[in-house]
Design a protein around this ligand. Structure first.
Ligand code: CA
Length: 251
């Protein structure tokens, strides 16, 4: 009886371990919007430098209410710090409630990764309330997908070491192709720095990893076939259900 109880405890501890491990291990940096990004640990650099009048935090949601076309409030990390050819995955849960000042092909909010230099090392998704957009390679043309971004969605950008990237919205593939020309920043979220627009956006979290983490992740069957590494992948998938669905009140 005593042995059975110990076995139950051991199984419970192991189960908790596998469910919770990826909560700590998958992302190198996880901003959870419990404070402003520039005072979070680790801290993000505000752009323009200094506290952003446009930013506020309430109940675990960061709001960036950009009301001045000429200002482009955003947050950055890893500025010029990601070597060219480095894989990186960036994920955020957000919604874009409104935009203004838009001309054709203008997207006020962006989520972006850029490796060092001016090669093809940038992957980004630009977001308006009704569309997602990106660019491939040296192509100046926007790739645009109609999308209701006014509701909260999870966006993931995975940039591979070979300079190709994929972008998913709620686990569905939206874009895949060659990375475009890199800019000076590393990880960047908030206002689109090349557009004089206004917008009102709400951010639940922003996380990134120096691994290439595509979705969907391995199925349960594949995980069983894959032994321990598969189990870790499965627990990571469970983590997405356990940890990435905070069930917070929508703004
Ligand atoms: Ca602006």
């Amino acid at each position: 009886m005593q042995l059975q109880r110990k076995t139950h405890v051991l199984v419970l501890v192991l189960a908790l371990f596998f469910v919770c491990l990826p909560c700590f291990g998958q992302w190198q940096v996880a901003y959870e919007a419990n404070t402003l990004p520039d005072v979070a640990n680790p801290a993000w650099r505000a752009f323009p430098i200094g506290p952003l009048a446009e930013a506020s935090v309430s109940e675990g949601i960061l709001r960036i209410n950009d009301t001045v076309p000429e200002r482009r409030p955003a947050y950055m990390r890893e500025i010029q710090a990601i070597p060219f050819g480095t894989p990186i995955t960036l994920e955020a849960r957000l919604r874009v409630a409104s935009e203004g000042g838009a001309t054709a092909d203008a997207y006020p909010v962006v989520l972006a990764v850029s490796t060092n230099g001016y090669g093809l090392g940038r992957a980004f998704v630009s977001i308006s309330p009704t569309a997602l957009a990106t660019k491939y390679g040296y192509d100046a043309e926007w790739q645009v997908v109609p999308f209701d971004a006014r509701a909260f969605h999870v966006y993931r950008i995975a940039l591979a070491g070979n300079g190709t990237f994929s972008i998913w919205a709620d686990g569905a593939l939206v874009f895949a192709g060659a990375a475009t020309t890199a800019h000076q920043t590393g990880i960047h979220f908030g206002a689109n720095l090349s557009e004089d627009l206004v917008s009102d956006s709400y951010w639940d979290y922003v996380r990134y990893s120096n691994e290439y983490l595509p979705v969907p992740e391995p199925s349960g069957l594949l995980a069983l076939a894959g032994g321990m590494s598969g189990l870790l992948a499965l627990s990571r998938r469970r983590r997405a259900q356990v940890c990435a669905s905070p069930g917070r009140r929508l703004q």
